[in-house]
Unconditional design. Sequence first.
Length: 256
Amino acid sequence: MEINNKNRIPKVSIITVIYNNKDNFVKTLNSVKAQKYSSIEYLIVDGGSTDGTLDIIKENEGLINKWISEKDRGIYDAMNKGIGLATGDYIWFLNGGDMIYSDETLYEILSKNQNADVYYGDTELVDDDGKSYGKRKLKTPPKHLSWKSMIDGMVVTHQSLIIKKDIVFNYNLKYKHCADIDWTIRILKNSETIINTHKTISKFLLGGYSRKNTISSLFERIKILSKYFNIFYVLINHIKLAFKFIIHIIKYRKIL
């Protein structure tokens, strides 16, 4: 897909996967609503919430282009459903509690119509109360992102990746905790133009799914990375990352 019509800015399909997380969903929805960008398709994939999330969705049907509410086989299955709903030129996942960094973020990135396969940037960490913990310290976006950068894990969070729809794959559902790493590697391998926006693109809510399943996630991550990299270098790299993690805990006395 060539997006070279100077009279048209690319349409972005923003996908939010949610389940019984009403208060955090409102934060995400409001950040989308605030965007000063005129070509957004907002899609909601709800897992069958019973906490009032559906009421929020129905109250905002003027903003939401499509939504479904049904049981799924987990977060990555739900994200695949979102991909299936998307009709935009680009896809951007912002799940419950994740927020767009500023109301001009999309305009600043896409108004120049550079037609990149992937745009990426940094992520600010926030807690449930909106308190900022700054940018990620252990994993930071490289100056030049490629699939080989992923030997360090998710050096760019999926909340800070805006990807051309034509090159997007479905998530591999055999992975329960770290399918996002496999997904991102495959997309980057399939990308010709990857642009560093040099901007903070999103705010990431601390306490994600993989963080709650640390040990299982570790083994699955090593398994995934070993498909693309030499297992020796994967293990050595994880030892280095573990050392950096320990130093970080000692220095900052917190896990971020």
